[in-house]
Structure formats: structure tokens, C-alpha cells
Design a protein around this ligand. Structure first.
Ligand code: BJW
Length: 233
């Protein structure tokens, strides 16, 4: 019988991109300080003031051009390259730093800054430019129907079926730089088999730290490359 290779699921949050210069959500200088969550990260906020929301995401799209992946993003890409079993990276981040570091088996469960979606025809498009309140849809031509392809509060995260299947059969689960405040991602650790190895990597204990038997405390740019070296042996 051949060797059975362990399967890994990795969940990342804003903390992995912090050292690249992108602010986390719940830090004291977090984005929510300048904008109320309900104004920029809910469908109701978008309906109330589409221009404010479009400008908020336009600015974040610009900011993305000024940052680069850090050692933690690069280490996860190396892990994927060297890993013998199933590998799935699930990020809550809407930035593209994982793919720029070389990650390929990747799900953006909260959407992507570089995509826009039409509320009329439901087309999803790669989007680098600014979005305006009246930008026409490239597919159906409707005006004022394009929105950032971002999962806001109260909306269904993306690809949950595929994530659930991977969680149910994984033997190693890592959660990196996520506060455990936002569901369903915060509940993933409780969906993995009981015997799976579960490691939290964070600057501090998250809201769901108790579900992780192992903790690596410190900046992701240090703890992630170190763990990857151990795992690749
Ligand atoms: C470092 C570091 C370094 C720093 N090194 N670490 C009541 C109870 C339970 C649930 C709900 C409830 N009421 C409503 C809900 C559901 C709601 C929810 O969870 N709300 C909570 C706030 C209570 N969730 C939803 O609405 C989701 N949809 C949903 O539930 O659909 C229904 C459903 C039903 C059944 C099954 C499945 C689904 C949608 C959530 C959408 C989240 N969207 C956002 C905004 C995206 C837009 C944008 O980016 O602008 O996504 S919110 C924001 O939080 C963003 C993030 O992806 C997400 C998670 O944040 P994250 O990544 O954890 O960041 P932080 O800042 O919180 O933490 C950073 C961490 O890094 C910290 O721990 C630091 O210590 C650490 N760190 N520097 C290592 N250098």
C-alpha cells in the first residue's frame, strides 16, 4: 500500500497581510475606525450610498498596487509546492497577495478587490480600474449595477461547499492572522476531524483560541516560515 499523505487546509485573515502594510479590521487603527461597518460592508450601506462604498473600494484597490507579499505569503506558496497530499488555502482577505506570492490552490471566501459583479446579469469580471456609481456592465450594459465582488455582512461567503468538504477530510488545519470574530470562518476549526492537528498562528489568542491545541505566537512573517520549514522537514 502506498504512503498516505496528510491533507491540509489553511485559513488566513487580515493578520497575514499586516506586515505588507495593509491594515487589519479590528486593530485600533483599523479601517472600521474611519468608516462604520454598516456603511461600507453591508448591502444596505451600498444601497444607501453607492458612491461612498465605490470610493472606499476604489481606494483599497489603489492601495493594493503599493504593497507586496511578505515572507508569510511566500512560505505558504512554498508549502503548496512541496506538499505531497491535498492542499487548500482559504483566505478571508480580498487582497491578491497570496496569488502574487505564487499560491494556486486558493479560495477567496470573502471575494476579491480585483473583481466586480453585475447585480443585473450576475456576471463576475476581473476589475483593475475605478468603479463609479454609473459604470456600465461589460456584459449586459446595465448602468449602476456593478458592485465590488466582496462578501458583505449578511451575504453568503463563496465556495462553502468546497471548503466544507476539504475541512471534513483534513488532517492538519492552520489558522493564521484571523481574530475569530467573523462566522462562518471562525467555526471552521470545529468542522475538522477531532484527531486533526490544529494550530493557530497569531500575535495574540483569537476569539476561538480554545479550539486549537497548538499555538504559535508572533508575527506571521516569522512564525509561518518557521512552521513551513518544520512541515516540509
Ligand atoms: C497578526 C499580525 C501579524 C495582526 N501576524 N497575526 C451573531 C453570531 C454569529 C454570527 C453572526 C451573528 N450575527 C451575524 C452573524 C454572521 C456574520 C458575523 O460573523 N458577524 C459577526 C461580526 C458577529 N457573518 C456574516 O454575515 C457572513 N455571512 C454569513 O454568515 O452568511 C450566512 C451563513 C449562514 C450559515 C452558514 C454560512 C453562512 C459574511 C461575513 C462577511 C465578512 N466580510 C468582511 C468585510 C469584507 C469587505 C472588506 O474587506 O472590506 O470580511 S468583515 C472583515 O472581517 C473581512 C474579514 O475577511 C473578516 C475577518 O477578519 P479577520 O481577517 O479575522 O481580521 P481581524 O482584523 O479581525 O483580525 C486580524 C487578526 O490578525 C488579529 O487576531 C490580530 O491579532 C492578527 N494579527 N497582525 C500574525 N503580523
Amino acid at each position: 500500500m502506498g504512503k498516505v499523505h496528510p491533507s491540509v487546509v489553511i485559513l488566513t485573515g487580515a493578520g497575514i497581510s499586516a506586515e505588507s502594510g495593509l491594515r487589519t479590521f479590528r486593530a485600533s487603527d483599523g479601517l472600521w475606525e474611519e468608516h462604520r461597518i454598516e456603511d461600507v460592508a453591508t448591502p444596505e450601506g451600498f444601497e444607501r450610498d453607492p458612491e461612498l462604498v465605490q470610493n472606499f473600494y476604489n481606494e483599497r484597490r489603489h492601495q493594493l498596487k503599493t504593497v507586496v507579499p511578505n515572507a508569510a505569503h511566500r512560505a505558504l506558496a512554498e508549502l503548496e509546492q512541496g506538499w505531497q497530499g491535498d492542499f487548500l488555502l482559504v483566505t478571508q482577505n480580498v487582497d491578491d497577495l497570496h496569488e502574487r506570492a505564487g499560491s494556486r490552490s486558493l479560495i477567496h471566501m470573502h471575494g476579491e478587490l480585483h473583481k466586480a459583479r453585475c447585480q443585473r446579469c450576475h456576471g463576475v469580471f476581473r476589475w483593475e480600474a475605478d468603479l463609479g456609481a454609473m459604470t456600465p456592465c461589460p456584459s449586459c450594459g446595465a448602468h449602476g449595477e456593478l458592485r465590488p465582488h466582496i462578501v458583505w455582512f449578511g451575504e453568503m461567503p463563496l465556495e462553502l461547499d468546497r471548503i466544507g468538504e476539504a475541512l471534513e477530510r483534513c488532517s492538519l488545519f492552520l489558522a493564521i492572522g484571523t481574530s475569530g470574530n467573523v462566522y462562518p470562518a471562525a467555526g471552521f476549526v470545529r468542522m475538522v476531524p477531532r484527531q486533526a492537528r490544529r494550530i493557530e498562528l497569531n500575535l495574540e489568542a483569537s476569539m476561538v483560541a480554545g479550539a486549537f491545541p497548538e499555538h504559535r505566537t508572533g508575527p506571521a512573517s516569522e512564525t509561518v516560515p518557521e512552521l513551513v520549514r518544520e512541515l516540509l522537514g
